[in-house]
Design a binder for this molecule. Structure first.
Ligand SMILES: [Zn+2]
Length: 148
């Protein structure tokens, strides 16, 4: 999936979490959710986040260890250590959904890194992804208007 689709889904999740956890800072929820939804693509040098961390794509293959559940758990533990359980849960959800979306693509991912590759039928940047992208825009606008 393209970074913009992951971003829109991350924004969708943040709106859901803002509704659920109204006692947490909404700005931080949005930033954390958007960041976590992009972080797995740090291993791709042309991605939104990967272009700032080119060294990582040199050492790690795209859709390798950063696209595994292990990375999601490890990074979530860091967030838990430095903040609290709620933020760790939000981070994990956004990271995990990135993996879920990528597993629906033809290239797929190895969720446990060493195991079997899981793939779907969606081609990255294809018409199907564009439909998902525009549906997410409409849903996000609807949710945003409901929250404001
Ligand atoms: Zn990815």
């Amino acid at each position: 999936m393209l970074g913009r689709t992951h971003l829109l889904w991350g924004f969708f999740l943040s709106l859901v979490f803002i509704t659920l956890f109204s006692f947490l800072n909404p700005f931080f929820i949005v930033v954390l959710s958007l960041f976590a939804s992009l972080l797995p693509d740090i291993d791709e040098k042309k991605s939104f986040i990967g272009r700032y961390f080119r060294n990582i794509s040199f050492f790690f293959s795209h859709r390798g260890v950063f696209h595994s559940v292990f990375a999601a758990v490890l990074f979530s533990c860091f967030v838990w250590f430095f903040s609290n359980f709620f933020f760790a849960g939000i981070f994990f959800s956004a990271y995990f959904f990135h993996l879920l979306f990528d597993s629906a693509t033809k290239q797929g991912i190895k969720p446990f890194y060493f195991g079997r590759r899981i793939s779907g039928f969606v081609k990255t940047g294809s018409f199907v992804e564009k439909i998902i992208f525009f549906c997410l825009i409409i849903i996000n606008i609807f949710l945003l208007l409901k929250i404001i």
